[in-house]
Design a protein around this ligand. Structure first.
Ligand SMILES: [Fe+2]
Ligand SMILES: [Fe+2]
Length: 261
């Protein structure tokens, strides 16, 4: 997941505006960690509940961490980009399987790679130390997402095509965000010259992850436009019309804990 930036760096003294923008996106993403509370209440087992309880405190400590980075940069936190807002909270998953696949394995996996990229290029050792401390905890979140997605798919293989569609929507969001970044880059940091290549690497890493956890059965490149569009359309309308489909209520832990002890 490490990318070769060919010696280009992000200098706090010169690239303050770009860094303030980047860390404001992280700040928003970390605040969406409050979603852990939703999944703690609806956790399918004690193991997941314990994980979400710990994750919630970690995500809230990341809010403090990125606030500290912005203070170090001497920059005020900004409103998050609409695509970031949509990807991290607009697509609030309907089920535990969607949460672990989309938010944790895919979403936090993408974020983790961007964190590595920033840690590898920023010229301020204290900011790098803060990012690396956060990244260690994010690795655990991604790992949980991967393991539990694989398990959900083993239990219910029919979830696969719906989840792939939602992953495709997220990945097109990533491309949109990258294009927006390129547009605002102007004569910004030299690092951004490698952005298109980095986005390809980001998507390749996501594809490898989705393949290893059993979600993708064939390369994304082998999917035709019609197949992709159909999967994505289903993911979007499925989400929008989801309230019309009667859902089976997931049992709460208070009803199932005795079977798990
Ligand atoms: Fe986090
Ligand atoms: Fe996380």
């Amino acid at each position: 997941m490490t990318f070769d930036w060919r010696g280009t760096t992000l200098r706090v003294s010169e690239n303050r505006d770009f860094l303030a923008f980047a860390f404001s996106q992280f700040l928003y993403g970390e605040v969406t960690g409050i979603q852990c509370g939703h999944w703690l209440y609806r956790a399918p087992d004690l193991d997941a509940a314990q994980f979400f309880a710990r994750q919630a405190t970690e995500e809230l400590s990341h809010v403090r961490a990125f606030r500290e980075v912005l203070t170090r940069l001497g920059a005020a936190p900004q409103k998050a980009h609409p695509v970031v807002r949509y990807l991290s909270s607009g697509m609030m998953p309907d089920s535990f399987a969607e949460h672990v696949a989309l938010e944790m394995a895919l979403g936090e996996g993408l974020v983790l790679m961007v964190m590595y990229a920033l840690a590898d290029t920023i010229d301020d050792p204290e900011i790098v130390r803060i990012i690396e401390a956060v990244a260690v905890q994010e690795e655990r979140h991604v790992d949980f997402g991967e393991r539990r997605t694989a398990l959900e798919l083993q239990k219910n293989p029919s979830l696969r095509s719906g989840l792939i569609g939602q992953c495709l929507v997220s990945l097109s969001g990533v491309k949109l965000l990258a294009r927006a970044l390129e547009r605002r880059a102007g004569d910004g940091p030299a690092v951004l010259a490698h952005l298109p290549e980095f986005v390809n690497a980001l998507i390749a890493a996501a594809e490898l992850r989705l393949t290893r956890i059993g979600l993708l059965k064939k390369p994304l490149a082998s999917m035709g436009r019609v197949e992709r569009t159909a999967l994505m359309a289903r993911a979007i309308t499925g989400g929008a019309l989801g309230w019309m489909v009667p859902r089976q209520r997931t049992k709460l832990l208070t009803e199932t804990y005795l079977d798990q002890l």
